[in-house]
Design a protein. Structure first.
Length: 373
Protein backbone atom coordinates (compact mmCIF):
# COMPACT_ATOMS: atom_id res chain seq x y z
CA UNK A 1 0.00 0.00 0.00
CA UNK A 2 1.56 3.27 -1.16
CA UNK A 3 0.55 6.44 0.66
CA UNK A 4 0.23 8.22 -2.68
CA UNK A 5 -1.95 5.59 -4.37
CA UNK A 6 -4.53 7.20 -6.66
CA UNK A 7 -7.46 5.94 -4.58
CA UNK A 8 -7.03 6.37 -0.85
CA UNK A 9 -8.28 3.79 1.60
CA UNK A 10 -9.02 4.32 5.29
CA UNK A 11 -5.31 4.01 6.04
CA UNK A 12 -4.19 7.09 4.11
CA UNK A 13 -7.17 9.15 5.26
CA UNK A 14 -6.47 8.38 8.92
CA UNK A 15 -2.71 8.94 8.69
CA UNK A 16 -3.17 12.21 6.82
CA UNK A 17 -5.55 13.63 9.42
CA UNK A 18 -3.57 12.34 12.40
CA UNK A 19 -0.54 14.19 11.02
CA UNK A 20 -2.30 17.53 11.49
CA UNK A 21 -1.58 17.46 15.22
CA UNK A 22 0.73 14.45 15.62
CA UNK A 23 3.94 13.15 14.10
CA UNK A 24 3.18 10.12 11.90
CA UNK A 25 5.42 7.53 10.28
CA UNK A 26 3.46 5.70 7.56
CA UNK A 27 4.83 2.23 6.80
CA UNK A 28 4.39 1.33 3.12
CA UNK A 29 4.83 -1.94 1.27
CA UNK A 30 8.31 -2.92 0.08
CA UNK A 31 9.57 -1.45 -3.20
CA UNK A 32 8.97 -3.40 -6.38
CA UNK A 33 12.04 -5.26 -7.66
CA UNK A 34 12.71 -2.63 -10.33
CA UNK A 35 12.52 0.31 -7.91
CA UNK A 36 16.27 0.37 -7.37
CA UNK A 37 16.38 3.85 -5.87
CA UNK A 38 13.79 2.96 -3.23
CA UNK A 39 15.73 -0.19 -2.27
CA UNK A 40 18.96 1.82 -1.97
CA UNK A 41 17.12 4.45 0.04
CA UNK A 42 15.74 1.79 2.38
CA UNK A 43 19.14 0.35 3.20
CA UNK A 44 20.52 3.85 3.74
CA UNK A 45 17.81 4.62 6.26
CA UNK A 46 14.64 4.49 4.23
CA UNK A 47 12.69 7.33 5.83
CA UNK A 48 11.48 10.07 3.52
CA UNK A 49 9.62 13.18 4.60
CA UNK A 50 6.32 13.64 2.82
CA UNK A 51 4.83 16.83 4.23
CA UNK A 52 4.46 18.51 7.60
CA UNK A 53 4.42 15.86 10.33
CA UNK A 54 4.27 12.88 7.96
CA UNK A 55 7.12 10.51 7.03
CA UNK A 56 7.13 7.37 4.84
CA UNK A 57 9.04 4.09 5.23
CA UNK A 58 8.75 1.19 2.68
CA UNK A 59 9.44 -1.98 4.71
CA UNK A 60 6.22 -4.00 4.73
CA UNK A 61 6.68 -7.67 3.70
CA UNK A 62 10.26 -7.45 2.42
CA UNK A 63 10.45 -11.20 1.74
CA UNK A 64 7.82 -12.86 -0.52
CA UNK A 65 5.79 -15.77 0.88
CA UNK A 66 4.45 -13.92 3.90
CA UNK A 67 0.87 -15.10 3.37
CA UNK A 68 1.43 -18.86 3.40
CA UNK A 69 4.42 -19.56 5.65
CA UNK A 70 4.64 -18.74 9.34
CA UNK A 71 8.45 -18.80 9.24
CA UNK A 72 8.57 -16.18 6.46
CA UNK A 73 6.01 -14.08 8.33
CA UNK A 74 8.10 -14.18 11.49
CA UNK A 75 11.21 -13.23 9.51
CA UNK A 76 9.39 -10.31 7.89
CA UNK A 77 8.29 -9.08 11.29
CA UNK A 78 11.89 -9.19 12.56
CA UNK A 79 13.10 -7.24 9.54
CA UNK A 80 10.30 -4.73 10.01
CA UNK A 81 11.28 -4.28 13.67
CA UNK A 82 14.91 -3.69 12.66
CA UNK A 83 14.13 -1.02 10.07
CA UNK A 84 11.46 0.59 12.22
CA UNK A 85 13.72 0.90 15.25
CA UNK A 86 16.30 2.62 13.09
CA UNK A 87 13.67 4.96 11.64
CA UNK A 88 12.16 5.74 15.06
CA UNK A 89 15.60 6.64 16.45
CA UNK A 90 16.26 8.88 13.47
CA UNK A 91 12.93 10.68 13.94
CA UNK A 92 13.26 10.72 17.74
CA UNK A 93 9.94 8.93 18.20
CA UNK A 94 9.94 7.85 21.84
CA UNK A 95 7.44 5.23 22.99
CA UNK A 96 5.13 5.74 20.01
CA UNK A 97 1.60 4.59 19.41
CA UNK A 98 1.68 1.68 16.97
CA UNK A 99 -1.45 1.62 14.78
CA UNK A 100 -1.52 -1.53 12.66
CA UNK A 101 -3.96 -2.15 9.82
CA UNK A 102 -2.53 -5.59 9.16
CA UNK A 103 -3.39 -8.58 11.28
CA UNK A 104 0.03 -10.23 11.29
CA UNK A 105 1.94 -7.61 13.28
CA UNK A 106 1.86 -8.96 16.83
CA UNK A 107 5.66 -8.99 17.27
CA UNK A 108 6.08 -5.54 15.76
CA UNK A 109 3.46 -3.78 17.86
CA UNK A 110 4.35 -5.65 21.05
CA UNK A 111 8.03 -4.70 20.88
CA UNK A 112 7.73 -1.12 19.62
CA UNK A 113 4.58 0.48 20.92
CA UNK A 114 3.78 2.19 24.19
CA UNK A 115 0.16 2.03 23.06
CA UNK A 116 -0.79 -0.71 20.63
CA UNK A 117 -3.77 -0.49 18.25
CA UNK A 118 -5.03 -3.10 15.82
CA UNK A 119 -7.39 -1.63 13.23
CA UNK A 120 -9.23 -4.43 11.44
CA UNK A 121 -10.80 -3.51 8.09
CA UNK A 122 -11.08 -6.94 6.45
CA UNK A 123 -11.82 -10.59 7.11
CA UNK A 124 -8.24 -11.54 6.33
CA UNK A 125 -8.68 -15.29 6.39
CA UNK A 126 -11.07 -15.06 3.40
CA UNK A 127 -8.45 -13.66 1.02
CA UNK A 128 -7.24 -16.47 -1.28
CA UNK A 129 -3.59 -15.47 -0.88
CA UNK A 130 -3.70 -16.21 2.84
CA UNK A 131 -3.55 -19.67 4.35
CA UNK A 132 -6.70 -19.55 6.49
CA UNK A 133 -5.40 -21.11 9.68
CA UNK A 134 -2.24 -19.01 9.60
CA UNK A 135 -4.31 -15.84 9.13
CA UNK A 136 -6.58 -16.81 12.04
CA UNK A 137 -3.70 -17.49 14.45
CA UNK A 138 -1.82 -14.33 13.54
CA UNK A 139 -4.88 -12.12 13.94
CA UNK A 140 -5.70 -13.65 17.32
CA UNK A 141 -2.18 -12.89 18.55
CA UNK A 142 -2.32 -9.33 17.20
CA UNK A 143 -5.72 -8.66 18.80
CA UNK A 144 -4.64 -10.07 22.17
CA UNK A 145 -1.44 -7.99 22.45
CA UNK A 146 -3.24 -4.77 21.43
CA UNK A 147 -4.49 -2.28 23.97
CA UNK A 148 -7.25 -1.08 21.61
CA UNK A 149 -8.94 -2.74 18.63
CA UNK A 150 -10.92 -0.80 16.04
CA UNK A 151 -13.15 -2.71 13.59
CA UNK A 152 -14.83 -1.24 10.53
CA UNK A 153 -17.61 -3.86 10.31
CA UNK A 154 -19.91 -5.15 13.02
CA UNK A 155 -19.21 -8.79 12.18
CA UNK A 156 -15.49 -8.14 12.74
CA UNK A 157 -16.12 -6.23 15.96
CA UNK A 158 -18.21 -9.06 17.44
CA UNK A 159 -15.52 -11.62 16.67
CA UNK A 160 -12.64 -9.52 17.97
CA UNK A 161 -14.54 -8.49 21.10
CA UNK A 162 -14.19 -12.08 22.29
CA UNK A 163 -10.41 -11.72 22.04
CA UNK A 164 -10.10 -8.17 23.33
CA UNK A 165 -12.82 -6.38 25.35
CA UNK A 166 -11.38 -3.01 24.24
CA UNK A 167 -12.82 -3.50 20.75
CA UNK A 168 -14.71 -0.59 19.19
CA UNK A 169 -16.85 -0.54 16.07
CA UNK A 170 -16.41 2.38 13.65
CA UNK A 171 -17.43 2.02 9.98
CA UNK A 172 -15.45 3.73 7.26
CA UNK A 173 -16.09 7.35 6.36
CA UNK A 174 -15.67 10.04 3.69
CA UNK A 175 -13.31 12.92 3.02
CA UNK A 176 -15.89 15.70 2.83
CA UNK A 177 -13.41 18.24 1.49
CA UNK A 178 -12.80 16.07 -1.58
CA UNK A 179 -16.50 15.57 -2.28
CA UNK A 180 -17.87 18.95 -1.25
CA UNK A 181 -16.56 21.08 -4.12
CA UNK A 182 -16.54 20.40 -7.84
CA UNK A 183 -13.40 20.80 -9.89
CA UNK A 184 -15.52 22.14 -12.77
CA UNK A 185 -19.12 22.92 -13.65
CA UNK A 186 -19.27 20.62 -16.64
CA UNK A 187 -19.87 16.90 -16.99
CA UNK A 188 -16.57 15.12 -17.74
CA UNK A 189 -16.23 14.79 -21.50
CA UNK A 190 -15.96 11.00 -21.63
CA UNK A 191 -19.07 10.64 -19.45
CA UNK A 192 -21.06 13.30 -21.34
CA UNK A 193 -20.90 11.13 -24.46
CA UNK A 194 -22.77 8.33 -22.69
CA UNK A 195 -26.58 8.68 -22.79
CA UNK A 196 -28.68 8.61 -19.61
CA UNK A 197 -29.87 7.26 -17.41
CA UNK A 198 -26.37 6.47 -16.14
CA UNK A 199 -25.99 3.68 -13.58
CA UNK A 200 -22.51 4.11 -12.14
CA UNK A 201 -19.99 2.11 -10.15
CA UNK A 202 -16.90 3.81 -8.71
CA UNK A 203 -14.04 1.77 -7.29
CA UNK A 204 -11.69 -1.10 -7.92
CA UNK A 205 -12.87 -4.01 -10.02
CA UNK A 206 -11.81 -7.11 -8.13
CA UNK A 207 -12.98 -10.65 -7.49
CA UNK A 208 -15.82 -9.40 -5.26
CA UNK A 209 -17.46 -7.44 -8.11
CA UNK A 210 -20.54 -9.44 -9.21
CA UNK A 211 -20.10 -9.53 -12.98
CA UNK A 212 -23.01 -11.92 -13.55
CA UNK A 213 -25.38 -9.60 -11.66
CA UNK A 214 -24.42 -6.49 -13.66
CA UNK A 215 -24.51 -8.46 -16.91
CA UNK A 216 -28.01 -9.74 -16.16
CA UNK A 217 -29.41 -6.31 -15.30
CA UNK A 218 -27.68 -4.66 -18.28
CA UNK A 219 -29.25 -7.20 -20.62
CA UNK A 220 -32.66 -6.69 -19.05
CA UNK A 221 -32.37 -2.92 -19.48
CA UNK A 222 -30.56 -2.07 -22.74
CA UNK A 223 -31.83 1.54 -22.46
CA UNK A 224 -29.79 2.09 -19.26
CA UNK A 225 -26.10 2.96 -19.48
CA UNK A 226 -23.85 1.16 -17.01
CA UNK A 227 -20.66 3.13 -16.36
CA UNK A 228 -17.70 1.73 -14.40
CA UNK A 229 -14.64 3.72 -13.39
CA UNK A 230 -11.77 2.61 -11.20
CA UNK A 231 -8.72 0.38 -11.21
CA UNK A 232 -8.79 -3.05 -12.85
CA UNK A 233 -7.57 -5.42 -10.14
CA UNK A 234 -5.49 -8.53 -10.67
CA UNK A 235 -8.34 -10.74 -9.44
CA UNK A 236 -10.95 -9.32 -11.84
CA UNK A 237 -11.95 -11.80 -14.55
CA UNK A 238 -15.06 -10.17 -16.02
CA UNK A 239 -13.57 -8.22 -18.92
CA UNK A 240 -16.19 -9.67 -21.30
CA UNK A 241 -18.74 -7.50 -19.49
CA UNK A 242 -17.32 -4.49 -21.32
CA UNK A 243 -18.44 -6.00 -24.65
CA UNK A 244 -22.08 -5.27 -23.87
CA UNK A 245 -23.24 -2.21 -25.83
CA UNK A 246 -24.62 -0.44 -22.76
CA UNK A 247 -21.65 -1.12 -20.45
CA UNK A 248 -18.70 1.30 -20.53
CA UNK A 249 -15.46 1.12 -18.57
CA UNK A 250 -13.87 4.56 -18.29
CA UNK A 251 -10.70 3.55 -16.46
CA UNK A 252 -9.04 5.03 -13.39
CA UNK A 253 -9.95 8.63 -12.57
CA UNK A 254 -8.06 11.23 -10.56
CA UNK A 255 -9.27 11.79 -7.01
CA UNK A 256 -10.03 15.43 -7.66
CA UNK A 257 -12.48 14.55 -10.46
CA UNK A 258 -14.50 11.82 -8.74
CA UNK A 259 -17.21 14.18 -7.50
CA UNK A 260 -17.70 15.53 -11.04
CA UNK A 261 -18.29 11.99 -12.29
CA UNK A 262 -20.64 11.03 -9.47
CA UNK A 263 -22.76 14.16 -9.81
CA UNK A 264 -23.38 13.25 -13.45
CA UNK A 265 -24.65 9.78 -12.51
CA UNK A 266 -28.33 9.00 -11.95
CA UNK A 267 -27.92 5.98 -9.65
CA UNK A 268 -24.79 4.68 -7.89
CA UNK A 269 -24.39 0.95 -7.29
CA UNK A 270 -22.43 -1.47 -5.09
CA UNK A 271 -22.79 -4.80 -6.93
CA UNK A 272 -20.64 -6.99 -4.69
CA UNK A 273 -20.92 -10.72 -4.34
CA UNK A 274 -22.23 -11.63 -0.89
CA UNK A 275 -19.83 -13.96 0.91
CA UNK A 276 -17.75 -14.13 4.09
CA UNK A 277 -15.28 -11.61 2.70
CA UNK A 278 -17.78 -8.93 1.64
CA UNK A 279 -20.00 -9.39 4.70
CA UNK A 280 -17.11 -7.85 6.63
CA UNK A 281 -16.62 -4.89 4.27
CA UNK A 282 -17.51 -1.30 5.07
CA UNK A 283 -17.50 0.17 1.53
CA UNK A 284 -15.77 3.54 1.32
CA UNK A 285 -17.76 4.26 -1.83
CA UNK A 286 -21.01 4.10 0.16
CA UNK A 287 -20.08 7.24 2.10
CA UNK A 288 -18.70 8.93 -1.01
CA UNK A 289 -22.01 8.27 -2.76
CA UNK A 290 -23.77 9.77 0.29
CA UNK A 291 -21.62 12.90 0.01
CA UNK A 292 -23.03 13.46 -3.49
CA UNK A 293 -26.61 12.77 -2.38
CA UNK A 294 -27.10 10.11 -5.03
CA UNK A 295 -29.60 7.20 -4.92
CA UNK A 296 -27.75 3.98 -4.07
CA UNK A 297 -28.50 0.34 -4.82
CA UNK A 298 -26.42 -2.39 -3.18
CA UNK A 299 -26.42 -6.13 -2.82
CA UNK A 300 -27.21 -7.40 0.67
CA UNK A 301 -24.04 -6.29 2.45
CA UNK A 302 -24.61 -5.89 6.21
CA UNK A 303 -22.70 -2.59 6.37
CA UNK A 304 -24.80 -1.16 3.53
CA UNK A 305 -28.08 -2.56 4.85
CA UNK A 306 -27.55 -0.58 8.08
CA UNK A 307 -28.37 2.56 6.10
CA UNK A 308 -31.73 1.62 4.60
CA UNK A 309 -33.81 3.43 3.33
CA UNK A 310 -30.94 5.66 2.17
CA UNK A 311 -29.67 2.56 0.38
CA UNK A 312 -31.91 0.13 -1.50
CA UNK A 313 -30.89 -3.49 -0.91
CA UNK A 314 -31.37 -6.18 -3.59
CA UNK A 315 -30.72 -9.91 -3.37
CA UNK A 316 -31.40 -11.03 -6.97
CA UNK A 317 -30.89 -9.56 -10.46
CA UNK A 318 -34.65 -8.94 -10.75
CA UNK A 319 -34.69 -7.16 -7.38
CA UNK A 320 -31.59 -5.16 -8.34
CA UNK A 321 -33.27 -4.02 -11.55
CA UNK A 322 -36.40 -3.05 -9.63
CA UNK A 323 -34.37 -1.13 -7.04
CA UNK A 324 -32.57 0.84 -9.77
CA UNK A 325 -35.89 1.60 -11.44
CA UNK A 326 -37.31 2.88 -8.14
CA UNK A 327 -34.18 4.95 -7.57
CA UNK A 328 -34.54 6.62 -10.97
CA UNK A 329 -38.05 7.72 -9.93
CA UNK A 330 -36.99 8.89 -6.47
CA UNK A 331 -36.85 12.59 -7.33
CA UNK A 332 -34.32 13.67 -4.72
CA UNK A 333 -36.54 13.18 -1.67
CA UNK A 334 -33.69 11.51 0.26
CA UNK A 335 -30.97 13.87 -0.93
CA UNK A 336 -30.64 15.87 2.30
CA UNK A 337 -30.66 12.74 4.47
CA UNK A 338 -27.83 11.24 2.46
CA UNK A 339 -25.77 14.42 2.76
CA UNK A 340 -26.43 14.35 6.51
CA UNK A 341 -25.25 10.72 6.65
CA UNK A 342 -22.02 11.78 4.97
CA UNK A 343 -21.47 14.55 7.54
CA UNK A 344 -22.11 12.09 10.37
CA UNK A 345 -19.54 9.72 8.85
CA UNK A 346 -16.72 12.07 7.89
CA UNK A 347 -13.08 11.18 8.47
CA UNK A 348 -12.68 14.30 10.60
CA UNK A 349 -15.37 13.00 12.94
CA UNK A 350 -13.82 9.53 12.99
CA UNK A 351 -10.46 10.97 14.04
CA UNK A 352 -12.15 12.74 16.93
CA UNK A 353 -13.74 9.43 17.99
CA UNK A 354 -10.49 7.47 17.68
CA UNK A 355 -8.50 10.13 19.51
CA UNK A 356 -10.99 10.32 22.36
CA UNK A 357 -10.60 6.59 23.00
CA UNK A 358 -6.81 6.75 22.72
CA UNK A 359 -6.54 9.64 25.17
CA UNK A 360 -8.93 7.98 27.61
CA UNK A 361 -6.91 4.80 27.48
CA UNK A 362 -3.45 6.35 27.64
CA UNK A 363 -3.81 9.83 29.12
CA UNK A 364 -1.69 11.19 26.27
CA UNK A 365 -2.39 14.55 24.63
CA UNK A 366 0.31 14.66 21.95
CA UNK A 367 1.05 11.43 20.16
CA UNK A 368 3.89 10.07 18.03
CA UNK A 369 2.31 7.47 15.77
CA UNK A 370 3.48 5.06 13.16
CA UNK A 371 0.91 3.35 10.99
CA UNK A 372 1.76 -0.13 9.74
CA UNK A 373 -0.20 -0.90 6.56
Amino acid sequence: MHFHAEYWTSKQHIANLLAVENRVLFVERRPWLWEIRRWLSLFKGGVSKDKGNLWLLPVLYLIPGNYRCRFVNALNQRLTIFFLRRALRRLNFRNPVVWSFVHDAHSVIEKLGRLRIYHCVDNWREFPRWEKELARRLEEMTARVSHIVFASAMVLAKRLKRLNPETHYFPNAVDLDAFRSRSSDRIPQDLARIPGPRICYMGSLEMWFDVSLVRAVARRRPEWSFVLFGALGKTFTGHALFNLPNVTYLGLKRKDTLRDYLLACDVCIIPFKVNNLTKAVSPLKLFEYFACGKPIVSTDLPEAARFTPLVRIARTPAAFERAVRESLKEGGKLFRRRIAAAWENSWARRIEEYTRIIKRHSGMDNIDIFDRK
